[in-house]
Design a protein around this ligand. Sequence first.
Ligand code: SF4
Length: 301
Amino acid sequence: MNPFYEEYGDYLKERFGRKMQKLTVDTGASCPNRDGTLGRGGCVYCCNEAFSPMAGSRESVAAQLERGKGFFARKYPSMRYLAYFQSHTSTNAGADVFLQQVRQAMDVSGVAGIVVGTRPDCMPDDVLSELAHINRGHMPVLVEYGMESACDATLLRINRCHTHADTVDAVRRTAGAGIDCGVHLIFGLPGEDEAVMLAAVDAVNAMPVRFVKFHQLQILRGTALARNVEQGRESVRLFGLEEYVEFCCRVVGRVRAGIAIDRFTAQAPASMVIAPRWGLKNHEFRALLHRRLTELANSRS
Ligand code: SF4
């Protein structure tokens, strides 16, 4: 058991009674911030291929899950899976299409839960009410929203095309429907200093969320952010590794009890990352963080 914070893996173990493996699926849905509904350029840092290994897949949801299971099922025959609707904006295809894809995932043997990742402005009431029905009577459903920042000026600057009020509304409606939900935050966004980032953690604490996922801003090849920085239209102050470890120690001390932490770092393929190039896997960063948290605890005792 982690003495410093509740780990997302432990939350899942408690919720499902066993270790669970997430399998990412791509529904083929577009993103309203790219298809013209809200915008065309997308969020400035977005490179969907980097966020999701299955992005761009045109296989059915069931076929993607069967393929994903292949690797684990041989090694761990009793493994159970979470179908993770992560890529683009999974709920953007419309309620009928999306819910049919969810039902398809539920029918795949070994799938014991559904995780929906989406934008906070893309959870209509009809989808939410059906997810709540599944969660109550069939299998657990978890929802993750891309909050990214609690500061509207930042959300505008990174072209998110939603506000913090949208996040608060989505989280409240989702938790109110009895579904465990979480949010993602990015640390190091343009214009944000430590006070703004910690205020975002406070904003997370103030919402009825059950889990949170943090990551450092990465500048990825081919993104608007990379072009803007290169052409001098945007400036970012990226975290150094040691500095980020220290910052995450302060974040850990700030996250309220009852919120499990999923991760602290993003891990895009190295070939896509312009900066920062730490060359660390998530578990290696976690080991560094735990070593530092232990040092700090020892120095206080
Ligand atoms: S980060 Fe998400 S919301 Fe933003 S453009 Fe990419 S897919 Fe769309």
